[in-house]
Ligand binder design. Structure first.
Ligand code: FES
Length: 107
């Protein structure tokens, strides 16, 4: 397997209903993860990008959260509609999508 240029972690943490921290799963992480995998397949970018689901990344209330390395860029409130832009701007050109960046307090 080639070493990817960028690695995307999509928080898919689940918690019981009513949990005080909420969860990215409750905020739509599953369709988001499917959108990332679908876009990866569409672009056949397997040698450049890796997509992995993860457990809790920390700032749960702003989820779904997405973390991209090697830049350690944290995105919050990501929806499936944002995935194409993340690929176009960040994963292919190295330019993070400013409007989705987590606040300094979150990260
Ligand atoms: S549940 Fe996703 S960051 Fe905590």
């Amino acid at each position: 397997m080639p070493r990817p240029t960028r690695h995307v972690f999509v928080c898919s943490q689940q918690r019981p209903p009513g949990h005080p921290r909420g969860s990215c799963a409750a905020n739509g992480a599953s369709p988001l993860l499917q959108a990332f995998w679908g876009e990866l397949q569409k672009r056949q970018a397997y040698e450049q990008v890796a997509i992995t689901y993860s457990g809790c990344l920390g700032p749960c209330d702003g989820g779904p959260n997405v973390l991209v390395y090697p830049e350690a860029v944290l995105y919050q409130g990501v929806t499936p509609a944002d995935v194409g832009e993340i690929f176009d701007s960040h994963l292919e050109k190295g330019e993070p999508v400013q409007r989705l960046l987590a606040s300094a307090a979150a990260w």
